[in-house]
Design a protein around this ligand. Structure first.
Ligand code: NAG
Ligand code: NAG
Ligand code: NAG
Length: 437
């Protein structure tokens, strides 16, 4: 009797499921059958912004973004944060990058079907703590780890079919997850494309023990779950790796005199505070381009090569407090496109012409928050903010002789030119003459 009941229940679930995706068009679980009504309701659709090709509308008190079939390759940072449903089907998105949706914390459903997604980074869905429905069918995903789903505790409806799944050891965690009884609505109908002996088998039904060979089981290092630590130069006994909440390499207080080589490339946070690194050489961090937080506090750094931070295009926080920095050479900050926070406290900033680069870079990048930019030397400016020193520097000159740093946008071009051409600056009687040549 019990068995029969269970079978009937399963059957009902399955048909309900089928109904939901009858013809591949998006239908939120909760909104079963409302699509046509939605379309009618769209006479009240409001354009989000002139020239922006996506529709934003509210239906039953929930905000929708309809950006289907717009040749999109990226998610726009300018969509409203209170979206509940995001329809991005039939675009050209290839890669889901870490934190790509983290702004959209209220999102309940995300439709990414029929794109060209081949790679999903491990924190691509970070912040989607309310998401219940995720549609990824008809893409190019071969491998995916269970890890990407940990940020979506309420995910109850997941579509993965029509992706060329490579059913190898790398897929073990995902398949194990899909086969849990509680995950009945996750990943139905998805099938292996490779290897040939598993072709067309459903992920839901594969026997896990067929995935990993004996060899891989005995040496599970090759499984993606573990961070790749085994690199020759990098001394993993000295620094510790943490995986959650973000990939972190903790090297604080290790008496390091240099930045260690071969840091694992997926490190997001690197703490090298309180070591003895006196200088930063060119390209010290080139191979860890995922890095977002770098702590170099308390090292006694006296010199930073202008190319030291090259390649750190994702860096958001940089702590240089408690060092021996007097200024930044021209160029030091140029690669840090996404910098948000910069700690400069407790450095012996010297207020002379060499501090201007740092000050003006910060002024031109007003989204960067910083602290501790205070003159410590020479004696006459001690305790002044660097901004005050720079104002006084110009007050000494008659206004019409101020050739540098006007307030307008032209200034950005000026800076660009500074970068490209060789620039000599000569200080003459407190007036800067810029010689471009
Ligand atoms: C998809 O389903 C909707 C609603 O059931 C229907 O109106 C539409 O014609 C179907 N489209 C296709 C391509 O079958
Ligand atoms: C950097 O490290 C120092 C000392 O360990 C700590 O006090 C500071 O908060 C850290 N900075 C950041 C941004 O985490
Ligand atoms: C500053 O750095 C030194 C090491 O260079 C350390 O001993 C000291 O505790 C640090 N001070 C603070 C406030 O973090």
């Amino acid at each position: 009797m019990r068995v029969v009941t269970i079978i009937i229940l399963l059957f009902l679930c399955k048909t309900a499921d089928l109904r939901k995706t009858r013809n591949g068009s998006f239908r939120n679980k909760a909104n079963n059958g409302k699509a046509s009504r939605l379309r009618k309701a769209s006479s009240t659709v409001k354009r989000y912004a002139p020239g922006l090709p996506c529709d934003i509308y509210t239906y039953l008190h929930e905000k929708y973004l309809d950006c289907q079939e717009r040749k999109l390759m990226f998610v726009s940072p300018s969509w409203p944060e209170d979206l509940k449903h995001m329809l991005l089907a039939r675009n050209r998105i290839r890669k889901l990058k870490n934190n790509m949706f983290s702004k959209y914390k209220l999102l309940k459903s995300l439709d990414l079907q029929q794109n060209e997604i081949g790679k999903i980074e491990s924190e691509a869905f970070f912040g989607l703590s309310k998401l219940t429905t995720l549609l990824l069918q008809h893409n190019q995903i071969k491998i995916l780890s269970e890890e990407v789903f940990i940020y979506m505790p309420f995910l109850s409806y997941l579509r993965l079919y029509d992706n060329p799944w490579h059913c190898t050891c790398d897929l073990e965690t995902l398949i194990t997850m899909l086969q849990l009884p509680a995950n009945r609505n996750l990943g139905n109908y998805a099938k292996c494309a490779l290897p040939t002996e598993l072709k067309d088998q459903k992920l839901k039904q594969i026997k896990i023990e067929h995935l990993c060979s004996e060899e891989e089981r005995l040496h599970p290092k090759s499984i993606v779950k573990k961070p790749k630590i085994a690199k020759p130069e990098f001394d993993s006994s000295l620094c510790h790796i943490y995986v959650f909440p973000v990939q972190t390499l903790d090297c604080k207080r290790k008496e390091l005199k240099k930045v260690p080589g071969n840091i694992p490339p997926d490190i997001v946070k690197l703490d090298m505070s309180n070591n003895k690194i006196k200088q930063l050489q060119a390209k010290e961090f080139e191979d860890i381009s995922e890095l977002k937080i770098l702590n170099l506090s308390g090292n006694g750094i006296v010199y930073i090569d202008p190319a030291a931070f090259s390649g750190l295009i994702n860096l958001e926080e940089l702590d240089l407090s408690n060092n021996s920095l007097q200024n930044f050479e021209y160029g030091v900050l140029e690669d840090l496109y996404f910098l948000k926070l910069l700690w400069l406290r407790e450095n012996p900033w010297r207020c002379d012409y060499n501090i201007h680069y740092l000050f003006y870079w910060l002024r031109h990048h007003y989204s960067v928050h910083y602290n501790g930019l205070e003159c410590k030397m020479p004696e006459e400016y001690k305790g002044w903010s660097v901004g005050k020193y720079i104002r006084s520097y110009y007050e000494e000159c008659p206004k019409d002789k101020l050739p540098v740093y006007p307030e307008t946008d032209k200034e950005d071009e000026e800076w660009e030119r500074h970068k490209e051409q060789s620039v000599q600056t000569i200080k003459k009687h407190g007036v800067i003459v810029t010689v471009i040549g």
